[in-house]
Design a protein around this ligand. Structure first.
Ligand code: BES
Ligand code: MN
Ligand code: ZN
Length: 496
């Protein structure tokens, strides 16, 4: 979908459809008021007759409205004016896009971006509109022999402005929304691809494409390289599979010589649990266990598109977790790259086993900060559901940056404590630590484990087990937390 920006007014702008908002109790937004006036009070009459309540998420499509140049007018309900907030705004954009998809309109003017939202400016509203529109139109049907017959929606979304300053704001915000949506789309695609296609080698290939397209530096370590580096923990997970593991290092250099932010993404392309085999029900969803890796690639793509002035290193440890005669067994003891030994009490706690070596590897970049992103624990889904990503950190100012980026982007995270007391649960009689800490506080003990490998730098951990994909009828990758990460990095870039 294309975006364009035009200086015009709701009634005069010619397009397939004009999208305007109405609140409950027949309160018209400014654009709706202008359409109403041009049409001689047509909208007010409809509202009075009860054709449109203005309830949040409702829509009403009108044709050939007198005095209006657009072929159609789509009224979108915005709920009570006093309750109009971020969430209702975003839902209204989604309702509008769905409404437009069901019409034959080739282009549409999105007037909703001019409706004031508490504490949010035009830049925020436009970025969100672009993002929601593209997110809504995402499809994954490349593996179906016959594409689903669904309407593709309008090809062009038009945004009106009145002042030259607003024009600049719109241009920048729409570009940011598009870049983030592109990153999300890449992350969704990689997540949705099945384990037999999206293997560690496939992820490495995708990283190659990104590096070539955007002039980033790429290095892919093979099993022998990892052996030489002493990544015994990562390799212990990989050895159960016939797919060779890869260790991807992708560097975006948009800044000068300042220290980079390092993003580490868990890239388990399928997690069967290994010898500690998972139950069969919904095991297919463990193809999503590389969504941390996918979000790193998506974020780097967005950064490059926006040419953000900062340095970011993406590190992706990737392999499969399968049972076999060569697989990790409960009780096995492995030696990590850091030298610390680990008793593998449950082979299904494999994410931390590959991340710990990647976190040790990250030290060589002398990072300004490290953020790891991982579908790490089922416990996080129990704690926070599918709304918030879990956040834990060894540095509060870094946690605060991520919390703020979550609020700003609408892709929110929520902090859990990482207190010393939780370390006790990782005690092992035979090694420096066990890889599990029992059921209580499972997300925290997973993170307590990782914290033993991140002592040399500021670090935050994002547990995206509940937010990276949706189950059930709408099964699919969500592209989260690409918006959170891009906002976090954009904010850092603006302060450098
Ligand atoms: N990839 C899973 C975490 C997961 C489970 C994400 C369900 C989303 C939904 C991870 O590798 C795992 O299996 N974790 C175990 C850890 C346990 C053995 C300590 C879990 O959460 O059950
Ligand atoms: Mn697992
Ligand atoms: Zn896993």
């Amino acid at each position: 979908m294309e975006f364009s920006i035009k200086r015009s007014s709701p009634e005069k702008q010619r397009a397939g459809c004009a999208v305007v908002g109405v609140f409950e109790n027949r309160r018209l937004t400014r654009a709706a008021g202008q359409v109403n006036e041009a049409s001689g009070g047509y909208l007010e009459r409809l509202l009075k007759q009860g054709d449109m309540s203005g309830k949040a998420g409702s829509t009403l499509l009108l044709h050939e409205v007198p005095g209006v140049s657009s072929e159609r007018v789509l009224l979108v309900g915005l709920g009570k004016e006093s309750e109009f907030n971020d969430r209702v705004y975003r839902d209204a954009i989604k309702a509008a896009i769905r409404g437009l998809r069901d019409t034959g309109a080739k282009d549409a003017v999105m007037h909703l971006v001019h409706v004031p939202v508490k504490k949010r400016n035009l830049a925020w509203r436009a970025e969100q509109a672009a993002l929601m529109a593209l997110d809504c139109l995402y499809r994954f049907d490349r593996l179906k022999s016959r594409r689903d017959e669904v309407a593709s929606g309008p090809q062009r979304l038009i945004f009106n402005y009145e002042t030259p300053a607003d024009k600049k704001v719109l241009e920048a915000a729409l570009a940011k929304g598009r870049a983030i949506a592109g990153g999300m789309s890449l992350a969704k695609d990689l997540g949705n691809l099945p384990g037999n296609i999206c293997t560690p080698s496939y992820l490495a290939e995708q990283a190659t494409h990104l590096a070539e397209a955007h002039g980033m530096d790429l290095e892919v370590l093979e099993q022998e390289d990892m052996e030489r580096l002493g990544m015994g923990s990562l390799l212990s997970v990989a050895k159960g599979s016939d797919q060779p593991p890869k260790f991807i290092i992708l560097q975006y250099r948009g800044g000068n010589s300042e220290k980079p932010v390092v993003l580490v993404g868990k890239g388990i392309t399928f997690d069967s649990g290994g010898i500690s085999l998972k139950p069969a029900a919904e095991m297919d969803e463990m193809k999503y266990d590389m969504c941390g890796a996918a979000s790193v690639l998506g974020t780097l793509q967005a950064l490059a598109e926006l040419a953000l002035p900062l340095n970011v290193v993406g590190i992706i440890p990737t392999c499969e977790n399968l049972p076999s005669g060569r697989a990790n067994k409960p009780g096995d003891i492995v030696t990590s790259m850091s030298g610390q030994t680990i008793e593998v009490l449950n082979t299904d706690a494999e994410g931390r086993l590959i991340l710990c070596d990647a976190l040790t590897y990250a030290e060589r970049f002398e990072p300004a900060a490290v953020v790891d992103i991982a579908t790490l624990t089922g416990a996080c889904v129990i704690a926070l559901g599918h709304v918030a990503t879990g956040l834990l950190a060894n540095k509060q100012s870094l946690a605060n940056e991520l919390l703020a980026a979550g609020e700003e982007s609408g892709d929110r995270c929520w902090q859990l404590p990482l207190w010393e007391e939780y370390q006790d649960q990782l005690k092992s009689n035979f090694a420096d630590m066990a890889n599990i800490g029992g059921r209580p506080g499972g997300t925290i003990t997973a993170s307590a484990f990782l914290s033993r490998f991140t002592k040399k730098y500021d670090w935050a951990h994002l547990d995206i087990a509940g937010t990276a994909w949706k189950s059930g009828k709408e099964k699919g990758g969500t592209g989260r937390p690409v918006p959170l990460l891009v906002h976090f990095l954009a904010e850092r870039a603006s302060k450098a």
